[in-house]
Design a protein around this ligand. Structure first.
Ligand code: DQA
Length: 140
């Protein structure tokens, strides 16, 4: 099982970005925890982050054939990007959508996700554990 973990815009700022919402864990910490869990469960984990929508689309296009599944926190693009929706759908891969915060308990503009309709699972509000739950679900 090869899993690509994709993180979108501003998630490189985790640790210092609105810690009351996103906590104090850095993206490097999240990625290290995911790599460790992957090793434990026999999954090969690759982590990528970009602030650019086109770069995320490129990563998704290149994932086809190279990975079995994508765990994606598209951050703000979740709510806006038809391009990322289309790329994920075209990939034919298993898709897990993750958000650190509970997007449904926040502003109305965060309630809609372009990714949820094509995701196998959607996890939000569990912080870092959301990524770990997605890895566990994919390797179950
Ligand atoms: C987020 C939620 C999004 O609404 C927001 O734009 C983010 C992070 C989360 O992980 O909770 O950047 O995806």
């Amino acid at each position: 099982m090869k899993i690509l973990i994709l993180n979108g815009p501003n998630l490189n700022l985790l640790g210092t970005r609105e810690p009351e919402i996103y906590g104090h864990t850095t993206l490097a910490d999240i990625e290290a925890r995911c790599m460790a869990l992957g090793a434990e469960l026999g999954a090969e984990i690759t982590c990528r982050q970009s602030n650019a929508e086109h770069a995320l689309v490129e990563e998704i296009q290149q994932a086809r054939g190279a990975f079995d599944a994508i765990i994606i926190n598209a951050a703000a693009y979740t709510h806006t990007s038809v391009a990322i929706h289309d790329a994920l759908k075209a990939s034919g891969l298993r898709i897990m959508e993750v958000h650190l915060s509970n997007i449904h308990a926040r502003e109305a503009f965060r309630h809609h996700s372009h990714i949820s309709p094509i995701a196998e699972g959607v996890i939000c509000g569990l912080g870092v554990m959301g990524y770990e739950a997605a890895i566990r679900a994919l390797t179950a």
